[in-house]
Design a protein around this ligand. Structure first.
Ligand SMILES: [Zn+2]
Length: 432
């Protein structure tokens, strides 16, 4: 991707002759995450046009109407026109769950798993999350920033314009803050949008094994206050599962997050079931993974705006036969999102189209449901749906252009990248 960031290009872009424009404009009167049949409403415009100015979307409609607009007509020579004949334009993907701050791929885990070792066996043998800690603890902040910058650029090349990014491979006060600073630095050099999350509670590091409460106190009394004070994170995440943090510890960490003005989200139900109702008082933005959830909890979630975020890339890469039962959630009315879970151990993909393809083939989500889950509901999962996730006047100019005739081709051509252009807050990035 090469990013053209001249003042002119940021100030105006007119996408014309769009074969198929999916606006995802709001369908309900109330402003809430999409659920049920609303997930299938894509707001399709044939021969569409989008006009962006100063990083915002100004108008959305047909090419004919755009060319008749007196304001555009008068200034046509100064406006950058982008011909999208035969292409599909959708809102830029909102990848609402990623772990990009790490140094090395985990190739030993990869091979061990192929030979039959389980997630828990790999962790017990010194692999898993803990094996990524040394690299991050020893890395210079600039080196971490460079790693993150590369990933953000790759993500944009696949159509992603907003990324939630977690720390969580340092697990000391110093290295978690360093990770968050690397995220901040990479974000400021990227035209897209990064939402940072402190994941100090990713796993209990080796030096605290057998006394996890001491580590939880460091998370609550040092990491969270520092991250909040220095404005380095918007969310606090906890990996609440067997082998990670208990529900009680998760509650303590959420309490501290709320006390310091940070919102909460959690890895839930990946390996085992945890009762979710005990956390609802914290108003979590999202519960992620959700492979193991009770029927009662699904019923509860259907009444709330907490999003269930599926990360099928992890199921795929772990070689699991079972995927989250998306139909159970959607049919019950739970708002659902899709994300890559980009990380070195269990989901090394930065491709939202790949996550969508897995959702369609393995979780029986329809292509329209997958698109809503990867855009507007990703924005809801980050509580930024007022400016992200759909192509509507006033929202940020975040668009992805695909070289396909039909939007269903996005999840159809799995493993291939058909995204040819991304617009991030008004900045045009083309594949080179
Ligand atoms: Zn994760």
């Amino acid at each position: 991707m090469s990013e053209r960031k001249t003042a002119d290009q940021r100030s105006s872009a007119l996408l014309l002759n769009i074969g198929l424009l999916l606006t995802l404009h709001s369908v309900a009167k109330d402003s809430r995450p999409r659920r049920g049949s609303d997930l299938r409403e894509l707001g399709v415009i044939h021969d569409g046009a989008v006009f962006c100015l100063g990083g915002k979307i100004v108008s959305v409609g047909s090419t004919k109407d755009a060319l008749r607009d007196p304001w555009i007509k008068k200034r046509r020579k100064q406006i950058t026109e982008i011909d999208c004949t035969g292409k599909v334009v959708i809102p830029g993907f909102v990848d609402s769950h990623t772990h990009p701050v790490f140094v090395r791929p985990r190739l030993v885990d990869f091979e061990k798993r192929i030979e039959g070792a389980t997630y828990e066996q790999i962790a017990a043998a010194g692999g898993g999350i803990r094996s990524s800690l040394e690299g991050v603890r020893n890395a210079a902040k600039a080196a971490l920033k460079a790693k993150v910058s590369n990933v953000l650029r790759d993500m944009a090349a696949h159509g992603t314009t907003t990324v939630e990014a977690k720390s969580g491979y340092g697990l000391t006060l110093e290295s978690e803050l360093k990770s968050l600073e690397a995220l901040r630095d990479a974000a400021s050099a990227w035209p897209g949008t990064v939402v940072s999350t402190l994941l100090g509670a990713h796993v209990v590091p080796k030096e605290f094994q057998g006394c996890s409460q001491k580590y939880v106190e460091i998370v609550c009394k040092e990491m969270i206050p520092q991250a909040a004070k220095r404005n380095l994170a918007r969310f606090v995440d906890v990996f609440c599962d067997k082998g990670a943090f208990t529900p009680e510890e998760t509650g303590q960490i959420f309490d501290s997050a709320m006390k310091h003005g940070l919102q909460v989200r959690a890895h839930m139900g990946q390996l085992s079931e945890t009762a979710l109702t005990q956390f609802l008082r914290f108003n979590p933005a999202s519960f992620d993974h959700m492979d193991h959830v009770s029927d009662d909890d699904v019923k509860q979630l259907a009444k709330l705006d907490t999003v269930a975020t599926f990360v099928p890339g992890a199921n795929y890469f772990l070689g699991l036969k079972k995927y989250p039962d998306a139909r159970r959630f959607i049919d019950a009315g739970v708002p659902v999102a899709l994300a890559t879970d980009y990380n070195p151990g269990t989901s090394p993909t930065m491709s939202m189209p790949m996550a969508m393809s897995l959702a369609c083939t393995q979780m029986k989500m329809s292509p329209p449901e997958a698109i809503s889950a990867a855009t507007i509901n990703g924005a809801w999962a980050l509580r930024i749906a007022d400016r992200k996730g759909s192509i509507e006047p006033g929202k940020d100019a975040d668009l992805a252009v695909f070289d396909v005739q039909d939007y269903r081709e996005i999840p159809y051509w799995y493993g291939a990248n058909r995204c040819c252009m991304t617009i991030l807050n008004g900045v045009v990035a083309t594949r080179s």
